[in-house]
Design a protein around this ligand. Structure first.
Ligand SMILES: Nc1ncnc2c1ncn2[C@@H]1O[C@H](COP(=O)(O)OP(=O)(O)OP(=O)(O)O)[C@@H](O)[C@H]1O
Ligand SMILES: [Mg+2]
Length: 181
């Protein structure tokens, strides 16, 4: 993948398919300790032990349209190629936790990519699903929580153009602020 945000979209789409009502996405950048960690956590249907064991294997998928599942193995490979690590925990009926850690300065570490657009795609994919996007950079933090936005919106749907534009702008500004020293 050319951008980490594409992995995030891919893994969060697994959460959506798994019937999650809440998906938490955390990006943590620590320049002193030189790491970038991505966590995608959901409360979807989860996986049993057997399924979990097979999930990092590129030939395992519960899809019926195509024979190989690639999302999880590619994310794992990307992290491991960057002096990082990969972890997946899951419990049937409870949810799934995916964590990929990269060496921030690794020459093969692709850029984070377009998180504002990625979040807009996710948020508008199903208005019943809530998303929390937390981005930490050194000692600064940005959080977007669609539950809070929905509280303010009342009857206005979160996938209306105006709201999605606002969300996009808010993330753009939020990430910009993280980069101001
Ligand atoms: N968050 C999750 N909750 C429940 N099951 C999951 C989750 N993530 C992955 N799985 C299971 O692991 C399988 C493999 O996931 P993976 O993303 O690697 O491939 P895929 O989604 O099947 O296909 P692709 O991502 O290539 O379109 C899925 O088909 C699904 O059964
Ligand atoms: Mg997938």
């Amino acid at each position: 993948m050319r951008e980490l945000s594409m992995h995030i979209l891919d893994i969060a789409q697994n959460s959506i398919v798994a019937g999650a009502s809440l998906v938490k996405i955390v990006v943590e950048e620590n320049l002193n300790e030189d790491f970038l960690t991505i966590i995608i956590e959901d409360n979807g249907k989860g996986m049993g032990e057997n399924e979990l064991e097979k999930v990092t294997n590129p030939f395992y998928t519960s899809r019926t349209t195509r024979k190989v599942g690639l999302g999880v193995p590619m994310f794992k490979a990307s992290a491991e190629a960057c002096d990082g690590s990969f972890r997946i925990n899951s419990k049937k009926g409870e949810g799934t936790y995916v964590e990929a850690k990269f060496k921030h300065s690794h020459i093969d570490r692709v850029p984070l990519g377009n998180m504002p657009d990625t979040m807009v795609v996710l948020v508008s994919s199903d208005i019943k699903i809530d998303f929390i996007y937390r981005h930490i950079r050194n000692d600064k933090e940005y959080v977007l929580d669609t539950r809070e936005i929905k509280d303010i919106l009342g009857e206005v749907p979160i996938n209306s153009i105006e709201v999605l534009d606002w969300i996009k702008g808010n993330i753009i500004e939020g990430i910009k602020e993280l980069h101001i020293n």
